[in-house]
Design a protein around this ligand. Structure first.
Ligand code: C2E
Ligand code: MG
Ligand code: MG
Ligand code: MG
Length: 284
């Protein structure tokens, strides 16, 4: 195609369908190998109790260390993993890895420590995600279900198959956290229909938080409503001390964001927690 247009005209040309298909197939191939080659790892971002400043939880965030491309962000491969169904195998690996990690941290750091994992609707909808295997893994590790929280998005609650399996997950004792709250299309009625443990206020509401702003009003209303329903609140994307102070003053239970720490590997996480514990300071 580019040849037709003549040489050196402009640098842009549309790669034809074949190139796109090839690149996609290569990516799928790489993704398939990534599991067997152990190229994935979980990083952990602390979730801080805003009243005490202590780290009580962490969110597991997947990273792909691609042999040629280096670190690939989840946004660049999760959608493809969902399309191809690879997310199911990947999701089971994530669950097992996170469960092993929280078991170790419960023994070494804090007996009540909790790790949250992100769960895609595709993964939850599929019968391939064998919940019996997950339960067996928890039993093998001698871990209660609430050592793990499952982060879901509002879309899962609107999906009949996925929401049914969510109930099965809750029967296993896992806690449920509603991620990116306020950005989806769901209605508040889901909050009474499902037994949600945590609401995560989306980063977009925290970003421009200032006293008397409309985002402050929204955050405060979300916190009040959640508490009346017996749901605890986690604010995402806290980057400044002013945002932390504002949310703490509103009674928000937990906070997460670059102010405290970005997601780091397990060894570094553990090191930082030990230091934090001694100093008992909110910032890692
Ligand atoms: P999420 O679950 O809403 O995760 C929060 C994202 O916000 C993470 O990006 C995190 O690094 C980033 N973040 C945390 N604090 C701050 C902050 O203070 N400022 C800013 N600007 N960003 C912050 P990440 O790790 O790139 O993950 C992006 C999304 O990919 C996640 O959004 C989640 O939907 C998905 N994801 C990540 N790991 C997994 C996984 O293991 N399984 C599945 N199914 N999805 C995952
Ligand atoms: Mg999340
Ligand atoms: Mg989130
Ligand atoms: Mg988000």
């Amino acid at each position: 195609v580019a040849k037709h247009l003549g040489r050196n005209r402009y640098h842009y040309f549309t790669p034809d369908m074949q190139d796109l298909a090839l690149a996609r197939m290569q990516r799928i191939h790489d993704l398939r190998n990534a599991l067997t080659n152990r190229e994935f790892c979980l990083c952990y971002q602390p979730i801080v109790d805003l009243a005490s400043g202590r780290v009580r939880k962490a969110e597991a965030l997947i990273r792909w260390n691609h042999p040629a491309e280096g670190l690939v962000a989840p946004g660049d491969f999760i959608p493809l993993a969902e399309e191809t169904g690879l997310i199911i195998e990947m999701g089971s690996w994530i669950f097992e890895e996170a469960a092993e990690q929280v078991s170790s941290w419960r023994q070494n750091l804090d007996p009540d420590f909790q790790i949250s994992i992100n769960t895609s609707p595709v993964q939850l909808r599929s019968n391939g995600s064998k919940l019996e295997d997950w339960l067996a893994w928890l039993e093998q590790l001698d871990l209660p279900g609430d050592a793990i929280a499952m982060e879901i998005t509002e879309s899962i609650l609107m999906d009949a198959a996925a929401s049914e399996r969510l109930l099965a997950v809750q029967k296993m004792g896992l806690e449920v956290s509603l991620d990116d709250f306020g950005t989806g299309y769901s209605t508040l009625s889901y909050l009474k229909k499902f037994d949600i443990d945590y609401l995560k206020i989306d980063r977009s509401f925290v970003q421009n938080l200032a006293p008397a702003s409309s985002d402050a009003a929204l955050c405060e209303a979300i916190i009040l409503m959640a508490h009346k329903l017996g749901i605890r609140v986690i604010a995402e994307g806290i980057e400044t001390e002013a945002q932390r102070a504002c949310l703490a003053a509103m009674g928000c239970d937990y906070g997460q964001g670059y102010l405290f720490s970005k997601a780091v590997n397990a060894a570094e996480f553990e090191q930082r927690i030990r230091r934090n514990r001694i100093l008992s300071q909110p910032c890692l």
